[in-house]
Design a binder for this molecule. Sequence first.
Ligand SMILES: [Zn+2]
Ligand SMILES: [Zn+2]
Length: 341
Amino acid sequence: MPSVKGRAVQVVAAGGDFELVEKEFPEPGPGHVRIRVQACGVCHSDAITKFGGFPGIEYPRVPGHEVAGIVDAVGPDVPLFKPGQRVGLGWHGGHCNYCVPCRRGDFILCQNVLVSGINFDGGYADYVTAPANALAFVPDDLSDLDTAPLMCAGITTYNSLRHSGARPGELVAILGIGGLGHLAVQFAAKSGYNTVAVARGADKEPLAKQLGAHTYIDSTTQDFAAELQKLGGASVILSTLTNAESLTQAIGGLGPAGKLVILGVPDKPFEVNSVPLILGNRVVAGWASGTGMDSEDTLNFSVLAGVKPIIETYPLEQAPAAFDRMMSGKARFRVVLTTGN
Ligand SMILES: [Zn+2]
Ligand SMILES: [Zn+2]
């Protein structure tokens, strides 16, 4: 398995430009798999690589953690994967197996966790090499373009919902209908929750209903927390928003023992009124994506239930434009690089 040549779009330095380069992708080492990328989603967290949002990122670095591809080469000590298999790589880029959370099986909480496109080169490229223990198998019935956004936006919403404690029939509200939110609404509705979509403007209502929302609340004309209380209070509110005030407000929409799960990083720290938390056993929580197996569950559920991302596509060499489009917040709803398609 010799090295191969291919294109990559790398960030030259924290806050620096993207550059398209031709580079060598060496044969994978022990425990690693080289993937021929077919598609890669563009996620807001790619800004961490672009702007140096985490300490210690080594540059140049290729972003991208929503990878759909084909196993191209397999290193030693990889019993599970074979060349030609379709696989996905997400945010979770491998775990150490030896820290305390790993020894308990909580691989997503690994203290030495690797993040694809941050700790090693990611999917804005023709090839990506990743630890085998981070990968998911892609079901035959799912296209590469549909798989890519499910590897971060999809798994994060699906996996947080299924671990939220909400039971079928209970009231679940999704704040925001964007890259994450448009998938979260579908997952919530298909999981049998009484699904409320909350977004800005009356124009988003038809789409929210089409995605499966039972109720739509326009937060520009209605107090969404009061509206949720009228419906009995939410068991779970899943927030994809970045607006800190909305998170403060959301606590008022929780029912008894309700949980606010935060998936989007707010623009500043937000205030929490402790009284409703104490008097009603309410919880404010976060959720960190999931492992390769969680991704595989997300992909299989999406095929089973007919969950489908709505995407805009760009060829790999237009990755800078794709990134700008994602950052503009105007994409409907997820931007995907069509590398091999
Ligand atoms: Zn992401
Ligand atoms: Zn670990």
